[in-house]
Design a binder for this molecule. Sequence first.
Ligand SMILES: Nc1ncnc2c1ncn2[C@@H]1O[C@H](COP(=O)(O)OP(=O)(O)OP(=O)(O)O)[C@@H](O)[C@H]1O
Ligand SMILES: [Mg+2]
Length: 173
Amino acid sequence: MERIIRQLMDFARPVKPVRGEIRVNELVQSSLAQIDPELERHQVEILPVENGADLHIHGDRLRLEQALINLLRNAIQAASGGQLRLSWQAGVNGGLSITVEDTGTGVELQNVAHILEPFFTTKPVGVGTGLGLAVVNAVMNEHGGRIEIGRSELGGALFRMWLPAGSDKEVSS
Ligand SMILES: Nc1ncnc2c1ncn2[C@@H]1O[C@H](COP(=O)(O)OP(=O)(O)OP(=O)(O)O)[C@@H](O)[C@H]1O
Ligand SMILES: [Mg+2]
């Protein structure tokens, strides 16, 4: 119940956005730290990656963290007992992308068009509310970014957040 309420509040975004300069390394580390108990519980291993670049984003740290945690949580649930990979890359014109991939079974084709909708879930009652990706989508809109959904070479799903340079699109709240 507590988790559902927290997700609803994240979705409704009652707080004013706080914009600042964020190091992607720190965003990744703090998101992983928060999701660690779930990694343990589901026995999911994180595959090492070469992420040489020390990239920065201008954005709302807590919102971006929330988005990344939601992608990680989905990957963990999909790849229980398996692996996930978290990587990031500089994009065109100073933008960047952050990618979460897993060894699950991927998103079913007929669901791809619906998974960003609030309350769309294929998980049992009590497990999924269907707000995770709706929050990711909202956070991308706030930052002028977008989500890419695909299939990973690891066998499961690939979710990529594309963020433009100076992701500081003003939102009317
Ligand atoms: N990594 C993934 N692999 C396979 N399917 C996924 C993955 N991530 C999301 N999905 C699909 O997208 C649906 C919607 O995801 P979303 O995060 O919005 O909601 P949820 O995970 O079902 O519930 P909640 O996030 O509110 O706990 C999931 O129910 C699942 O069918
Ligand atoms: Mg989810």
